[in-house]
Write a protein that binds this ligand. Structure first.
Ligand code: PA5
Length: 327
C-alpha cells in the first residue's frame, strides 16, 4: 500500500510516546507556567494538521476542546487555557501567527510539528515542541500528529484508550470497500452525511477528496443537515450520497437511520459506510484511514497524482512575508 498507510499503527504508537514523554509540566516561558489544570484546550492548525483538532474534539467528549483555524486565538482565551499549535511542515502562516499571538498574551503553547519556523519560533522562546516523524505530505502524517497531540494532552486530560484505535487500522487497510466506493463516486460530487459527534470523519474525507482526488465534496452534518442539505435530494443532481454510520448515542444513531431512509426514498445512488470501533477515537481513526484510501483509489481512477496540491502552494506563497494580523 503506497503513501505510508501501512506504517500508521507503528507511527501512532511512536508518536503517542513522543507526546507522553515530553517533560511539559516543568516548562516555564517567562511568567507562563505549564504546570496547571487548563480550563480549556485550544487546538489550532490548518488543513491536514487542523483536522487533528477536530478528531480530538470529537474523541475527548466531556473535555473543553476548542478548534480554531485562523491567524490568531479567540479573544476570550486567557492564560487558564492551553494552546496546541499543530503544523506538519511548521511553515503554515496561520498556525505560526496564532501560536505567537497566544504566547504574546501569556497563554501556554505547545507545538506539534516536524520542524520549520513554528518549531524554531517556539523553541527560541523556550516553549515545548514535539517533533514528529515526516510523511509524504501533511495529510499522510495524520497518525504522527494526532497521536502526538493525544500524548501531550495525556498530561492534562483523561484520554480514551488508544489501543483499539490502533489495532483497527489493520481492518481498514485490509478492507475491500475503498476500490468499490471510488468507482461508485467517480465523476460525481459526493455528499457526505455524518452525525455531529463523528463530524471529523466527514471533514477529513472531504479534505482528502479535495486534495488527493482533486474533487469537490459536500459535508452534511446531522442534525443540522436535516434542516437544509436533505432537501437537495428532491432534484436529480450529479451527486452520490455517502452515509457515515457509527455509534454516538441513541438519538443521533436513530436520526442517521432516518436520514438514510429519506435519502433512499429519492435516490438509489447511496452507499453506507459503517465505522468500526467502540470509542469515537477508534471510529474516527478507522474512518479516516478507510476513506483516505477511497480518495487515493479515486485519484488513481482519474489518473492524477494524489500528492500534488499546487493551488495550496500558490496561496501559501502569496501570504509569505506579510505581517501576522493581530486580534
Ligand atoms: O494536507 C495538506 O497538504 C494541507 O492540507 C496542509 O496540511 C495545510 O496546507 C497546512 O500545512 P501544514 O500541515 O504543513 O501546517
Amino acid at each position: 500500500m503506497p503513501y505510508g498507510y501501512e506504517e500508521w499503527p507503528k507511527l501512532s504508537l511512536e508518536s503517542f510516546k513522543l507526546g507522553k514523554e515530553l517533560n511539559i509540566r516543568s516548562v516555564k516561558v517567562g511568567s507562563i507556567k505549564y504546570d496547571f489544570e487548563p480550563s480549556s484546550v485550544v487546538i489550532t492548525g490548518m488543513g491536514g494538521s487542523g483536522i487533528v483538532g477536530d478528531i480530538v474534539r470529537d474523541s475527548l467528549l466531556g473535555s473543553n476542546i476548542i478548534v480554531h483555524k485562523d491567524f490568531s486565538i479567540p479573544k476570550w482565551v486567557d492564560s487558564r487555557s492551553l494552546v496546541v499549535a499543530v503544523s506538519y511542515s511548521g511553515e503554515t502562516f496561520e498556525t505560526i501567527c496564532s501560536a505567537l499571538d497566544a504566547l504574546r498574551r501569556g497563554i501556554p503553547v505547545v507545538g506539534v510539528t516536524t520542524g520549520g519556523r513554528l518549531a524554531s519560533e517556539l523553541e527560541g522562546r523556550g516553549a515545548p515542541v514535539v517533533k514528529v516523524p515526516k510523511a509524504i505530505a501533511p495529510r499522510f502524517g495524520l497518525p504522527n500528529l494526532l497521536y502526538a497531540v493525544l500524548g501531550v494532552l495525556s498530561h492534562y486530560l483523561s484520554i480514551p484508550d488508544i489501543n483499539e484505535s490502533i489495532s483497527l487500522q489493520d481492518d481498514a487497510l485490509r478492507s475491500e470497500s475503498p476500490g468499490r466506493l471510488a468507482y461508485f463516486m467517480k465523476d460525481h460530487v459526493p455528499m457526505i452525511f455524518a452525525p455531529i459527534g463523528l463530524q471529523a470523519v466527514a471533514y477529513r474525507f472531504k479534505n482528502d477528496l479535495n486534495e488527493n482526488a482533486k474533487t469537490p465534496a459536500v459535508v452534511a452534518i446531522v442534525p443540522e443537515a436535516d434542516h437544509n442539505d436533505i432537501v437537495a435530494v428532491m432534484l436529480k443532481h450529479p451527486v452520490k450520497y455517502i452515509i457515515i454510520r457509527g455509534r454516538t448515542d441513541d438519538v443521533h444513531d436513530y436520526l442517521m437511520r432516518a436520514v438514510e431512509e429519506v435519502v433512499k426514498n429519492y435516490s438509489s445512488d447511496v452507499e453506507v459506510v459503517e465505522l468500526k470501533g467502540s470509542s469515537r477515537l477508534s471510529q474516527e481513526v478507522y474512518g479516516s484511514m478507510l476513506l483516505g484510501l477511497v480518495s487515493i483509489k479515486l485519484a488513481e481512477l482519474y489518473g492524477i497524482d494524489p500528492v500534488r496540491t499546487d493551488p495550496i502552494n500558490t496561496l501559501k506563497e502569496k501570504i509569505r512575508g506579510i505581517n501576522c494580523p493581530l486580534n
